[in-house]
Design a protein around this ligand. Structure first.
Ligand SMILES: Nc1ncnc2c1ncn2[C@@H]1O[C@H](COP(=O)(O)OP(=O)(O)OP(=O)(O)O)[C@@H](O)[C@H]1O
Length: 233
């Protein structure tokens, strides 16, 4: 069943068009990689799908309901409940321990402290960093921080996780290890993932790859192997 739909989504920053009519469906539990050259609109599309940005034209729907017309408060609530968002730099709160960081979305949703802590430690364990529960981000490696950020993005068991180059700050091997774990955990709990990445290797973990080029979906079927006429890969 299609849960998330973008219809002819367009978005410009001033006179710079970023998206020029993108149509895309994400089914329940589907893992979709969004790839394409730098500047082709990947992050903008992710932000529009997640309700962070409002498109200038077109529609974004979730479970058959149009969400791009919702208020900022309603879209923000959706991101705290049914959606999860993960960026390249995990953006952990420096003053909080790993467990406190991961528990935060649950506490904001009204879960009790003890229950939130238990769930946080369990997710840290699933990401392989339970031993860091009482450690602050400043004392962790980049990969460890990113695992904690992933635990925090998954602890609410979102229906869709939006991840923008989530391992971009890690070296290839560390990035791939963290990502395979993320994909496995998402599959286990039926979370759909929209994953923005530059890396064709990483896109291989997805069920489907959507290639953007100059703000539109490239459906030539040539993907990233197509010769480029401009821009960088
Ligand atoms: N805040 C902004 N203000 C102005 N222009 C922007 C802004 N964000 C993005 N753009 C422009 O919109 C276009 C699409 O940017 P976007 O970040 O969505 O691409 P991307 O494919 O994610 O790029 P990258 O792979 O380099 O991260 C680019 O031309 C970019 O320069």
């Amino acid at each position: 069943m299609t849960e998330l739909q973008a219809r002819a989504v367009a978005k410009a920053y001033g006179h710079t068009p970023a998206l020029r009519g993108v149509t895309l469906d994400v089914a329940e539990g589907e893992i979709v990689a969004v790839t394409g050259p730098s500047g082709c609109g990947k992050s903008t599309l992710l932000h529009c799908l997640a309700g962070i940005l409002r498109p200038d034209a077109g529609e974004v729907s979730w479970n058959g309901q149009r969400i791009d017309t919702w208020s900022e408060a309603a879209r923000s609530k959706l991101r705290r409940t049914e959606f999860g968002v993960l960026f390249q730099f995990g953006q952990l709160v420096a003053e909080l321990t790993a467990a406190e960081n991961v528990a935060l979305p649950l506490l904001l949703a009204g879960t009790g402290r003890r229950e939130a802590r238990t769930a946080a430690v369990s997710w840290l364990d699933r990401l392989g960093v339970a031993d860091l529960a009482d450690t602050r981000p400043g004392e962790m490696s980049g990969g460890q921080q990113q695992r904690c950020a992933m635990a925090r993005a998954l602890v609410t068991e979102p229906r869709v996780l939006f991840a923008d180059e989530p391992t971009g700050a890690l070296d290839t091997l560390a990035g791939e290890q963290v990502l395979t774990r993320l994909v496995r955990l998402a599959r286990e709990q039926g979370t759909a993932v929209v994953l923005v990445t530059h890396e064709p290797r990483i896109a291989a973990y997805a069920d489907r790859e959507v290639v953007l080029r100059d703000g539109v979906v490239d459906d030539t079927g040539l993907g990233l192997d197509a010769p480029l006429t401009g821009g960088q890969r």
